[in-house]
Ligand binder design. Sequence first.
Ligand SMILES: [Zn+2]
Length: 439
Amino acid sequence: MTILRPLACLITPVFMLQSALAFAWSDHASLAWPLVRVMPEVQSAKPLSVETLGEFLAAERSSIAELLAKHEQWAGQNLDHYAVLPAELAFDLAATDADLELSFLHAIRVNPTRSYRPYRQLMSFEPLAEQDKPIAVSELTFLQGTIASNDARYVSLASGDLVSATSVLATASDEPDFGLDIGLYADNGTEHGKRYGFGNQPFGNPNLEYGSQAPFHMGFYHLDWLTSAAQPSLLQTYPLCRTELYRKLAVLAFSTGHDYWGWRFMGWGLHYVGDLAQPYHAVPLPDTGIFKSLWIVATGKTGEALQLVSNRHGVIEAFQKAIVANALAQQDWTQSTLHEVAQLRPEAVWAKNTLVQALTLDSASGAAGLDQALIKYAPPKLVSNPDFEFSQSPEEAAILDAIGSQGEHAEKGLTDSLNQQIQRFTFFAQAWIRGILNS
Ligand SMILES: [Zn+2]
């Protein structure tokens, strides 16, 4: 037991820090859009007629009830740490049309206090058309940090409007970061958290505004035995449960002629695929084996190690966001990251064990290389100085200048490493999309 305890000390605070950065790729829509732009399966889809969630639920209530009951059974049998759905939350077939949406949100246990209205995100190069009705991001999320920092544009959609599959899919792939998975635990201080049956938050800091989504957006399926034994709470994660549910709902929506919701549920699931393609969401401490972890604890360097992981996580996300934003604004499809995300991978297929046995395994195997690239190419202050806080620093706002200050080879080297992560996203995102369309 003595060997387990110090490791537990190390891991717990790691997640308090990491949860502050649980957004993975920033602006998922801007990565998904160039990816699906080249997929014939997506581009050949006819314009979709928008439906509200309530309309979809009212039309298909009995098949949805059946699907949710089967999913609950599947989760109980297949997820080792699944918290069963309290019986009182089961989808209520007999609910009035007005109550149906809330009954569904409770049954799938997402945050019921945000709006699930139809909308779409405009890409930076898309002009606002005359008929477009802009809406503020505050109409889509209650997260104050997102409201303060998000500079994307959104427009409202109404029942019967026509919209492209590309737009619905890309937009929806960012939506889970708008609060769906916030406050779901009993100790999160929310009404729904007390009723949802997930228990107390297993890791992550419940005091941070979006810290409580960490166990839904991170999946540590490949922990070493010692960490698993010392911190079994790290195994209580839900990306597999979420993706499987949204995959089934998308297939049902497509098969019953509700294509708008088919693409939107597909986009929700794509979010988690994207998160897990980022190594910092699949590995607690990249490039740190059991003995190095213990050495860090033994020498009293735990806090320093955590700050470094947090900073490196932040640097790669800020770098990705800036590179992609610049290239997209100019519609520079030859820029290497946009080029990489647009590579067709027809061999990529989604199977029932893909998320655990392929995606997160591959992501975990890329963690050390990404960590080393950050150390090699980013300014030491940003990634090797434990006294520095990267988040909200001037360097975060000017990340390309910061990397550029290390010489031309630095931006190229870090872009190459970023693109290796993007290759993983490209492969598994296409597998995910095709998996649903071919069902
Ligand atoms: Zn996320």
